[in-house]
Design a protein around this ligand. Structure first.
Ligand code: UDP
Length: 361
């Protein structure tokens, strides 16, 4: 019997993670069928469609076009739309990724209809409940049947919450994607030439977490630090729409003058910049790990991280959002010679699909 999986995605990092798993599902025709729902949370061409095109993700069957509004309003509209689709499609599984409002809505809608939920990136914790992502991931884990963890630490986090059943360490799907894209990045991206950059001689920065963008003090300190670093080397900043709006709202747009600001980049261009950067500064979960995969020193613009291994192994420094601390971390950067082997072997997607198939049979 074919196992029908309804995948809910909505935000940039979810398209990237789903790319690996969708590709794996397509390798088992007749055994597993995927129906993809895009909630619409990220909808701009360069935050959404470009990832479907570059990573060969099948077009979603449904697009709920839910974007903007408060967390409650957005999640509520998603819940309503996803529930309607679940009642029509009657899948064997609902598959959700990560920690966004789309994750929460997909998991809750399914659990209320007694449809089992599989959560990819289960068990991650920042232990900071002021982060909307932390609430989303805790609730998604609570209602999930299969908790597909990226690391041993994520398994331990769940165990310390008393959760063992259905939990497994499958490895990190983002590592699968990084391996899949390595050759394509080299052959397809021309971003270094386009921006006039030399490998190893620039910094790459991203900033979009609400704790930074919604707090003008943190945001202006981060921007001031990037301006200081730009006196040593070019700083490339692919600007997230939320950050652009926030800089505008708080009168901080002038801070961008010293930086090489771009629109959000397609994935292969982003990978090319990450691989060639001298240092990466970020508050993104995915980018912290990619820095580690590529052996580029990372400075994280947060006070804590879910990806604790990157810090413990010496690949990542937590600098918070203080100007001096960020600049000092960049100046102190060093890299251990050994790459970490904590994110799996690039076969996470295959383990995820096997888990779905065997739990359904
Ligand atoms: N990314 C991208 N283009 C950009 C910025 C990020 O392709 O301009 C990729 C990045 O390489 C990583 C993913 O988007 O794979 C991370 O997404 P994001 O930072 O939005 O979310 P998070 O990982 O923090 O949940």
């Amino acid at each position: 019997m074919t196992c029908k999986v309804l995948t809910v995605v909505g935000a940039r990092p979810q398209f990237i993670k789903a790319a690996a798993v969708s590709r794996e599902m397509l390798r088992h025709p007749g055994q597993i069928e995927e129906v993809m729902v895009h909630t619409g949370q990220h909808h701009d061409e360069n935050m959404s469609q470009v990832f479907f095109d570059e990573l060969d993700i099948p077009a979603p069957r449904y697009n709920l076009e839910v974007c903007g509004g408060t967390h409650g309003a957005m999640t509520g509209r998603m819940l309503e739309g996803i529930e309607r689709i679940l009642l029509d499609e009657q899948p064997d599984w609902v598959l959700v990724y990560g920690d966004t409002n789309s994750t929460l809505a997909g998991a809750l809608a399914a659990a209320k209809l007694h449809i089992p939920v599989a959560h990819v990136e289960a068990g991650l914790r920042s232990f900071n409940r002021r982060m909307p992502e932390e609430i989303n991931r805790i609730v998604a884990d609570q209602v999930s049947t299969l908790l597909l963890c990226p690391t041993a630490l994520a398994v331990d986090n769940l165990a310390s919450e008393g959760r063992r059943k259905g939990v497994s360490n499958v490895g990190d799907v983002m590592y699968d994607v990084a391996l899949y894209c390595a050759d394509r990045t080299r052959s397809k991206s021309r971003i270094l030439e386009q921006l006039g950059l030399q490998a190893g001689q620039f910094a790459l920065a991203t900033c979009h977490r609400a704790e930074n963008t919604d707090d003008p003090r943190r945001l202006s300190e981060i921007m001031a630090a990037l301006g200081d670093i730009a006196q040593q080397m070019p700083v490339v900043l692919p600007l997230h729409p939320r950050t652009r709006k926030s800089l505008h709202d708080h009168g901080l747009v002038a801070c961008l003058r010293r930086l090489r600001v771009t629109d959000p980049l397609p994935f292969l261009d982003m990978m090319a910049l990450e691989q060639a950067a001298n240092v990466i500064l970020t508050d993104s979960g995915g980018v912290q790990k990619e820095a580690c995969f590529y052996g580029v020193p990372c400075v994280t613009l947060r006070n804590e991280t879910e990806w604790v291994e990157t810090v413990e192994l010496g690949f990542n420094q937590l600098a918070g959002a203080r100007r001096e601390a960020i600049v000092a971390a960049v100046n102190n950067r060093s890299m251990p010679r050994q790459r970490p082997l904590v994110y799996g072997d690039g076969q996470a997607a295959s383990r995820i699909v096997s888990s779905l198939r065997s739990a359904a049979s």
